[in-house]
Design a protein around this ligand. Structure first.
Ligand code: NDP
Length: 246
């Protein structure tokens, strides 16, 4: 592996847009074999076509991270198609911001299911494979919201804080064969706020993105940095935020 990325098999959840898509493109360009999961098949298909046209190696499957069986199947696909799994990036996530007073319990549940359970499903699918191979790298995408709480973000921030703690717990148990990295992005120009039901907060988020968000490629570059370190070097956490973000 000339650059420590070439030839690695990298699975990415939430690969159909934003940070996941940018990461897939960058890693494929660097010679990784990428395994893509998300729910929107048309987007995965289009992304895979771009990667293949550029000479990359890719496979994808429709994946809902809320379903443990989907993550198991995606890891199995990676093994069947590429023979091993080197990196599993738990990137899929959603953000539904709202004041606690609005008691949007269904949205709280959905964030917990995707942002926490989804990551746990990725770990459950990847860990036995990494143990058997005696090598592997989990990269879990959290958020600066997991470092600093602000109003209307209570549940989202809690899910991202959970991702940081789950990752650190895993790292401490991992031993010398495994690497665990948390990526904590700040405002990044993606589709993340598009599905928000609270129109006022959706508009505020869009305005914040417009004003200061960095490109998803900046987060992908951080992920690449963590992967390309020598095997004995574990980048534990990278916080990557716009200079304009407080
Ligand atoms: P996007 O909305 O562009 O991407 C989110 C991705 O997650 C999509 O590919 C979406 O695909 C996927 N996804 C959502 N729900 C599911 C599900 N149930 N199963 C599988 N995939 C799912 O936003 P980002 O790129 O910004 O988000 C990526 C990560 O970065 C998230 O974890 C987010 O919380 C985090 N983040 C983003 C920040 C930002 O400012 N953008 C800041 C801090 C953290 P599909 O709908 O096709 O399933």
């Amino acid at each position: 592996m000339e650059n420590n990325v070439t030839g690695k098999v990298v699975l990415i959840t939430g690969a159909s847009s934003g940070i996941g898509e940018a990461t897939a493109l960058l890693l494929a360009e660097k010679g990784a074999k990428v395994v893509l999961g998300a729910r929107r098949e048309d987007r995965l298909q289009a992304l895979a076509a771009r990667i293949i046209a550029a000479g990359g190696a890719v496979i994808y499957a429709v994946t809902d991270v809320k379903k443990r069986a989907d993550l198991t199947a995606l890891v199995s696909l990676a093994l069947a198609h590429f023979g091993r799994l080197d990196v599993l990036i738990n990137n899929a996530g959603i953000a539904s911001l709202s004041p606690m007073d609005h008691v949007t319990v269904d949205e709280w549940d959905e964030m917990i299911d995707v942002n926490i359970r989804g990551v746990l499903h990725g770990i459950a699918a990847g860990l036995p494979v990494f143990r058997q191979q005696k090598s592997g790298h989990f990269i879990n995408v959290a958020s600066t919201a997991g470092l600093k709480i602000i109003p209307n973000m209570g549940v989202y921030a809690a899910t991202k804080s959970a991702v940081r703690f789950i990752s650190e717990g895993l790292r401490q148990e991992a031993g010398p064969d495994l690497r665990v990295t948390v990526i904590s992005p700040g405002y990044t120009q993606t589709e993340l706020g598009n599905g928000m039901s609270n129109q006022e907060l959706r508009a505020q988020t869009a305005a914040g993105m417009e004003k200061m968000a960095i490109a998803p490629g900046a987060i992908a570059a951080g992920i690449l940095y963590a992967i390309e370190q020598p095997a004995a070097v574990d980048v534990n956490e990278l916080v990557i935020r716009p200079t304009a973000q407080a």
